[in-house]
Design a protein around this ligand. Structure first.
Ligand SMILES: Nc1ncnc2c1ncn2[C@@H]1O[C@H](COP(=O)(O)OP(=O)(O)O)[C@@H](O)[C@H]1O
Ligand SMILES: [Mg+2]
Length: 260
């Protein structure tokens, strides 16, 4: 479904050059849930942004659902029918003065499809928000409800792939679990392929079958959720992420190495 070979992404040029992603390769099959994990700044979001055309200085070979992608900014309309992205910040990604109805209708209007009503209702239902939420504004929703609206918007065109960038990182822990469970249910019901980015290994291992660990723009290790559950990632860096994701543990954190 997603084939990435030797992806390199840079920002700026000359003295300001940032080589944010270095020789990343991965192959994600249909229906799989693939995780990208790593500390902040390790290049996870940049991988997703390159796929979506939000980062354009890249080289390598990328194809999605059999179609090769060019490093241009604009993705075709058909791309957005296949691939949708969900971001971390549900405040920033929902227009504050638009109703939920308008937010969810917009992708349908852009695609030139008519009669958004039934699809909007269906999408709200899918994310566990009833009819009563349809004419609310984002400020009338909790953080978790806002993120559900963002997920509904991503689903509205019935994509095959969701790219999820820290989708629960802005939420309280209890709400995080609800949204993660929702995502797992939706993947199952709608046969979606996921790429989930998070700095939190607990979140990624909850949802993903296979996980690539990133550091300084490179994939340093690929592990399965089973290997993680048994606590046997090979790299010390990955083991440290595992400890970090268990929450604050003074003794463990005192032993942390600086991988910068
Ligand atoms: N628009 C940008 N311009 C310049 N540098 C950027 C830009 N976006 C990201 N970077 C840099 O690229 C690196 C990877 O960033 P990012 O992919 O956002 O990391 P992550 O998502 O893992 O936290 C970081 O060093 C970051 O500062
Ligand atoms: Mg990021």
């Amino acid at each position: 479904m997603i084939d990435i070979q030797d992806l390199n992404v840079t920002f700026s040029t000359g003295a300001d050059l940032v080589h944010a992603v270095k020789n990343v390769s991965c192959r994600i099959t249909a229906g799989e849930s693939f995780g990208l994990v790593g500390e902040s700044g390790s290049g996870k979001s940049t991988v997703l942004r390159a796929l979506c055309g939000l980062a354009t200085d890249w080289s390598g070979r990328v194809s999605i659902d059999g179609e090769a992608l060019e490093p241009t900014a604009r993705r075709s309309d058909s791309f957005y029918k296949t691939v949708q992205m969900v971001f971390q910040d549900p405040y920033g990604s929902l227009h504050p003065r638009h109703t939920v109805n308008r937010i969810l209708s917009e992708p349908i209007a852009i695609q030139g499809l008519d009669k958004p009503g039934p699809r909007v209702e269906e999408a709200l239902e899918q994310v566990g928000l009833g009819h009563g939420f349809r004419f609310r504004f984002p400020h009338q929703l909790s953080g978790g409800q806002r993120q559900r609206v963002a997920i509904a918007r991503a689903l509205i065109l019935k994509p095959k792939i969701l790219l999820l960038d820290e989708p629960t990182s802005a939420l309280d822990v209890s709400v995080q679990a609800e949204v993660l469970n929702l995502l797992m249910r939706l993947r199952e019901e709608l046969s979606l392929t996921f790429v989930l980015v998070s700095h939190d290994l607990a979140v990624v291992s909850h949802i993903c079958d296979r996980i690539a660990v990133m550091r300084n723009g490179e994939v340093v290790e690929e592990v399965t959720a089973d290997e993680l559950a048994r606590g046997e990632p090979g790299q010390r860096y990955t083991r440290q992420l595992l400890v970090a994701s268990r929450g604050y543990d003074r003794e463990a954190i005192d032993q942390f190495e600086d991988f910068g």
